[in-house]
Write a protein that binds this ligand. Structure first.
Ligand SMILES: NC(=O)c1ccc[n+]([C@@H]2O[C@H](COP(=O)([O-])OP(=O)(O)OC[C@H]3O[C@@H](n4cnc5c(N)ncnc54)[C@H](OP(=O)(O)O)[C@@H]3O)[C@@H](O)[C@H]2O)c1
Length: 202
């Protein structure tokens, strides 16, 4: 499956490597293709605005507080699947949006003819790379409106080594985004080991 990633940062690059190893062709959309930056041979680089052209699934790996401006540039493609892993975090790891809305819902509002799936936002990149603890798969929660899109994303999560668990429609993003704050508080703020994650027994 052709996968596009918007954002050339830590998360974007790590996911590019993971999905490349799993056999998926990868494009990264950058803000300015003409600028000098380090390029990897297994990744194609395109201008961010063009990321939806050749990719079935597009991962949004940009700062959560920049989501709206980036999506307005991408415009409103039809029938694409977007994985939104952003968290609306501002200075000092404060959550900027929540309770009555979320980045996932905002993305679905802007890209109304595509399918947003919220996932991969509740765990640090260290555990996204290695999604198990003592050989037990970590659960990755997801939420989205479209059955086929959810199924495709569940398949990708399984390929990565997660145990995916669909929670409900995209409005559940407003509960998944604050959930990220637990991992962020423990690991990024308190300095505890990144070797932790949620297993939802069922
Ligand atoms: N870090 C984690 O462990 C983790 C885990 C789960 C989810 N997340 C979420 O993943 C997202 C990305 O995190 P990250 O750690 O990869 O951040 P990062 O290293 O700062 O990378 C973000 C990338 O977004 C692009 N970007 C920055 N400002 C932009 C703007 N105004 N317009 C368009 N693109 C812009 C930049 O790529 P270019 O300069 O190439 O355009 C940058 O490399 C965040 O929303 C975060 O909450 C992070």
């Amino acid at each position: 499956m052709n996968i596009g990633i918007v954002g050339n940062g830590v998360v974007g690059n790590t996911l590019a490597d993971i999905f490349h190893k799993l056999g998926h062709p990868i494009e990264i959309g950058v803000r300015n293709l003409k600028e000098e930056f380090e390029k990897k041979s297994h990744i194609e680089y395109v201008q961010m605005e063009d990321i939806t052209k050749d990719n079935e699934v597009i991962i949004l790996a940009i700062p959560g507080d920049k989501l709206e401006s980036v999506l307005l540039k991408i415009k409103n493609p039809e029938g694409k699947i977007f994985i939104d892993l952003t968290n609306p975090i501002g200075p000092d790891y404060m959550l900027l949006r929540g309770r009555y809305t979320s980045n996932g819902e905002l993305a679905q509002e802007i890209l109304k003819d595509s399918h947003i799936v919220k996932t991969l936002n509740t765990l640090g990149i260290e555990k996204i790379k290695h999604p198990s603890i003592r050989e037990e798969k970590l659960t990755m929660l997801l939420a989205g409106n479209n059955k086929n899109a959810n199924k495709k994303v569940e398949e990708l999560l399984s390929e990565m080594g997660f145990d995916p668990m669909l929670v409900g429609d995209i409005h559940f993003s407003r509960y998944l985004e604050p959930l990220a704050m637990i991992w962020i508080e423990m690991v990024r703020k308190q300095g505890k080991s990144p070797e932790n994650g949620l297993v939802w027994k069922r």
